[in-house]
Design a binder for this molecule. Structure first.
Ligand code: SF4
Length: 380
């Protein structure tokens, strides 16, 4: 079943490592919500060109910082989604939230606005690292937001953490993970710090005021993460995502299983099985275009090889792996036979195994996921 992503392009502060699309000037927020509502209406037939409303099983408010929205703005967007789409009664409705935006009153309002999953941007439980990354919250806010969310009634909570931060010792990384395990948080997303061009972090490193990322240290943290998460009962269902008791993120699982999704808002991407479309990454241009009745996107028609390579890359990152049956059904028998043949080399290297007709990365293979995908890509 398809999902909808809503990009809220505003943040309180610019984190030094971030290259997502956002603005720290909130003056256009009301106009932006109006434009997004209009875009939802304009895209109502994105999944199917019929008079029936498409059935949706996940909504994801990402950003940027969606927890900056006033509750009325959030409800307004939800009402518009209900007006043009059929939202499954068990739909997962996630809101990315920063700890500094969450208090018991706001959390109660979010529950009442039908948000049933919170993805909290903790990033670190070590105060100097939060400061170094220019995060707007501190450790005590992070702990309190998790405690409050639980108390108010959120059971589906995910926490984001960053590893591979220069000067982050193995012991510091273990302390971060131990905090998640101690708090018994059901879902964990962990990302290696990457230095994206154009970010403040890239500038500081170039000027020599910050150390560069140490790839070996990051690989060691990733190893520790896999081992310690497994020891504490977490399933690594995607390279960077871990959960307990089958609490997979429905929304992200949809992406990884090549399901269709619609992205609303500046910089959001969509995929309808045939082509990909990307909205302009500029708030003013987005608002202007929508006000003129034009969708502000570019369409990229994918070649068969591009569709195949994308499926391979994302599916290999998951516990379910790349399905032979899916490959044959969607790309043909020749592509399947080629894949079976090329996969032999990685089987012998111990980087993949075949599990019930699916190519799945081994623990060793997860460290080399990008390499394995690239080698299996079709380029002819
Ligand atoms: S809050 Fe999130 S989106 Fe905003 S700057 Fe920080 S990392 Fe980027």
């Amino acid at each position: 079943m398809p999902g909808i992503y809503i990009h809220i392009p505003y943040c309180r502060k610019a984190c030094h490592y971030c290259d997502f699309h956002f603005s720290t000037t909130l003056s256009s927020k009301a106009q932006m919500i109006g434009a997004m509502k209009k875009e939802i209406e304009m895209q109502k037939n994105f999944f199917e060109d019929t008079h029936q409303k498409a059935l949706i099983n996940s909504i994801y408010f990402g950003g940027g910082t969606p927890s900056l929205l006033q509750i009325e703005e959030l409800k307004d967007l939800m009402d518009t989604l209900h007006q043009y789409f059929q939202i499954d009664q068990h739909a997962e409705i996630t809101l990315e939230a920063n700890p500094d935006d969450l208090n018991p009153f706001k959390l109660q309002e979010l529950l009442e606005a039908s948000i049933n999953r919170l993805s909290i941007g903790v990033q670190s439980f070590y105060q100097p690292h939060l400061k170094e990354m220019n995060r707007a919250h501190d450790v005590s806010m992070a702990l309190k937001s998790i405690e409050d969310a639980r108390r108010i009634g959120f059971s589906n909570i995910s926490v984001d953490l960053i590893y591979g931060i220069p000067d982050q010792s193995n012991a510091m990384w273990t302390e971060n993970l131990d905090m998640v395990f101690k708090l018994d948080i059901p879902h964990l997303s962990c990302y290696s710090l990457t230095v994206e061009p154009g970010t403040a972090l890239a500038h500081f490193i170039r000027k020599g005021s910050r150390k560069d990322v140490d790839e070996e240290m990051a690989a060691s943290h990733f190893h520790m993460l896999m081992k310690q998460a497994a020891e504490n009962g977490y399933e690594q269902y995607e390279i960077s995502n871990f959960c307990k008791n089958g609490m997979y993120s429905k929304h992200n699982s949809n992406y990884w299983k090549a399901e269709k999704f619609l992205g609303i808002g500046p910089s959001a991407h969509s995929f309808n099985g045939l082509y990909r479309q990307s909205n302009v990454s500029n708030n003013q241009q987005y608002i202007k275009s929508i006000s003129e009745g034009k969708l502000p996107h570019t369409i990229e028609n994918l070649t068969e090889n591009e569709k195949y390579n994308e499926y391979l890359m994302v599916s290999l990152r998951t516990i379910w792996g790349c399905s032979f049956q899916y490959v044959e059904k969607n790309f043909g028998t020749k592509v399947l036979l080629d894949l079976e043949k090329s996969a032999q080399r990685f089987l012998q290297m111990g980087l993949i195994h075949i599990n019930q007709g699916n190519v799945v990365l081994t623990t060793k293979g997860k460290l080399l996921a990008d390499y394995v995908s690239r080698e299996l890509f079709r380029t002819d």
